[in-house]
Write a protein that binds this ligand. Structure first.
Ligand code: HEM
Length: 418
């Protein structure tokens, strides 16, 4: 049990190297070592206060205490996020932009998305039947790229599918990387922004049509608080904020396949979906497997919490991975156990794979509902609509690699309709 009222400071000049060496466990290790949910450390030459747990999530999502402008380092903006996007906005500007994102998630649009998802899985399976081996991670990302473009209304030619998938994937793969993976992410962003900027321009000049309810249309014609259209680059960044994270769902699908393989007794329950079991399984995949390690924000105005003074402008890191694995919040946190979700209280602060708090006024992931829906349909296919053999392979994943992925990327053989 972690005590909640001690504050600890890690000695030393800088712990960036430890971050690289400890990966997802960087904050959880400190929370355990100091027996505290607030630990002061230093990374990238700066003071950073690490906070973890449910109460920490509650304060992190208090807009009066924290802001996001200026928090994402240049390297993340140049690869994962882009510049000028919703992630770095605050106050009214953020609410206005976020409302546009949330308007894309209506029940009608989720229904359209589900039809597209079903169709794309069927197309993929027809292709896999004639393949000797299928690398699920690569294929899932390609399926997601088709789904993303189709749903968002972005024209995608067959000849470009591989490049666009690779680029959207590379931006995601870059976020915890240094060296070649990071540089690949930057090049991918440049190419993708060029492609999507072109699409926005084509829509604005009437050279291509876009249905009014698609993300392409809504973002191309979105007006800021002053009634001005977004500049082309910002519009492209925001449309990529729809396409890229849909491709990211391919990682959770791959982890879901690993979970099905390693828990064969759960497979049929996932397929038949008794008592909403598939949904619980999806939630447990999102809780158990590593994706985002932590989130950053800056202290807006000085305040004191649990005896610790949060000084204006200080960087604060909220521990996503550790909160989802906290022994205070989760029984047997390191056991994959979907049944736990039958008793989950639904709190927006204790289960935070895609952030916490409220969607409209905070920065919680705009696409969480989409993620759960697409994973649900995808796991229906993987748990029972198809059969496949899983040859011997290395399904381990490293908690030092951010974002993580099983080493073999999940190879399937002899894929056939069940
Ligand atoms: C693998 C699936 C996904 C993961 C792990 C994920 C994770 C996250 C996380 C951790 C945040 C930050 C929350 C915060 O800053 O407080 C976020 C924000 C966001 N996500 Fe997702 N996400 C996923 C899928 C999606 C999808 C499918 C979409 C849209 C189609 C999406 C759109 C967004 C947007 C627009 C934001 C910015 C929200 C804001 O700043 O207000 N995400 N996501």
């Amino acid at each position: 049990m972690v005590s909640t009222n001690t504050v600890s400071k890690e000695e030393g000049l800088d712990h960036t190297l430890s971050l690289l060496k400890e990966g997802y466990d960087f904050i959880p290790n400190r929370v355990r070592k100091f027996d505290s949910e607030i630990v002061e450390t230093r990374i990238f030459g700066k003071k950073a206060i690490c906070i973890s747990g449910k109460e920490a999530t509650e304060i992190f999502y208090d807009n009066n205490r924290f802001k996001r402008k200026g928090v994402a380092p240049g390297r993340i903006q140049k690869s994962l996020f882009g510049e000028g996007g919703v992630q770095g906005l605050d106050g009214e500007e953020h609410r206005h932009r976020k409302a546009m994102f949330m308007s894309l998630m209506s029940s009608e649009r989720l229904k359209v998305l589900d039809e597209i998802t079903e169709k794309q899985w069927q197309i993929a399976i027809d292709k896999w039947k004639s393949m000797d081996a299928v690398v699920l991670f690569e294929e899932a990302e390609e399926i997601m790229c088709r789904i993303a473009c189709s749903w968002a209304g972005v024209p995608l030619w067959a000849k470009d599918l591989e490049l666009r998938t690779m680029d959207l994937s590379a931006m995601i793969d870059a976020f915890g990387a240094i060296g070649p993976r990071h540089w690949e992410g930057r090049r991918a962003r440049t190419r993708t922004e060029r492609w999507i900027s072109y699409m926005i321009r084509q829509v604005r000049t009437g050279k291509i049509g876009a249905d009014e309810d698609t993300a392409l249309y809504q973002i191309a014609w979105h007006e800021d608080l002053n009634g001005n259209l977004l500049d082309i680059k910002t519009a492209a960044v925001e449309l990529i904020n729809i396409l890229r994270p849909i491709v990211a769902i391919g990682r959770f699908i791959t982890f879901g396949a690993v979970a099905l393989h390693e828990n064969p007794e759960k497979r049929n329950k996932v397929f038949t979906d008794e008592v909403g079991y598939r949904q619980m399984f999806v939630q447990e995949v999102r809780r158990y497997y590593p994706f985002g390690p932590f989130l950053g924000a800056l202290v807006r105005e000085e305040f004191t919490w649990k005896g610790y003074e949060f000084k204006k402008g200080t960087l604060v890191l909220l521990d996503i991975y550790g909160t989802n694995h906290s022994p205070t919040l989760w029984e047997y946190p390191d056991v994959f156990w979907p049944e736990r979700f039958s008793e989950w209280d639904g709190s927006p602060f204790n289960f935070i794979p895609q952030g916490g708090g409220e969607y409209d006024i905070g920065h919680r992931c705009a696409g969480e509902g989409i993620t759960v829906q697409i994973m649900n349909t995808s796991l229906k296919y993987l748990s029972g609509k198809i059969d496949y053999d899983v040859p011997l392979q290395d399904l381990n994943y490293s908690k030092l690699r951010i974002p993580s992925i099983p080493k073999s990327r999940f190879i399937m053989k002899n894929v056939r309709h069940a």
